[in-house]
Design a protein around this ligand. Sequence first.
Ligand code: NCD
Length: 294
Amino acid sequence: MDLLSIDSLGDAEIADILDRAEMYFTGNRGRRGTERLHGRIVFNVFYENSTRTAMSFATAAHRLGASAISLSVERSSVAKGETLEDTARTLNAMRPDALVIRHRENGAPAAVAMIMDAPVINAGDGTNEHPTQALLDAATIRRRLGRIEGLKIAICGDIRHSRVARSNALLLPRLGAEVRLAGPPELMPDGVPPISIDEAIAGADVVMMLRVQRERLEDELGDAPGEYLARYGLTSQRLATASPEAVVMHPGPMNRGVEIEDRIADDPERSLITLQVEMGVAVRMACLELLIGS
Ligand code: NCD
């Protein structure tokens, strides 16, 4: 079994991952590891930059007693022109127990999964999906608000380029939430009914902000300093229109002062941003155990 997209998971598997993650979250706070995957080897292959996802997969593997080995792609034979498929055949011949891959092209993890015998986990492919991020977001919301069913969740910013938004838009409604996607018109995907940031945030229980992915933009936004925050960012004024108990999320990395005001990002009561990171380790432990342990 691979973990390539949200739709590749059944409802029972999603419930199982969220429940196991909750258990590991509690254990991790006491630094309690297990040896459930003792002696197993997880390959981490990141063709795009990563801090949270790469480090949390490695930490998750170690907390389960497995070893994580990372390929530094920029120093690998990829730089000598080796194709993705040949790299996959090479890695497969070493018989890892799982392979975690991030790649700038949509569908690259699926192509690698055709070659690998071991389970492949998509850690983000282009603008397509980032399923473990959506799972950790769901686990974080459930931990803090006790449920997902019936919540209004605003996801705001660069929706067009966001694999996080895409995976969340597939996952959260399956768990009973209402998802509202909003962003600048030029950063909305085709076919998504446009609503304004203000409409999305009004009355929301969760406000998830996204980074403008300038590295994926074909044309510069051409916004003046401060303009994005004023027009589309999460300011205290906008947050005041959300539900009084509303929490704030961001998958990171943040562009402070662009999509989110500093003091909201650092608000110890409402910001779940570091809780998301902590939950990320637990969710990735749950995913590795589900895929390798079975
Ligand atoms: C995101 C990603 O890489 O898709 N980050 C993450 O994994 N937490 C979002 C982004 O790059 O803005």
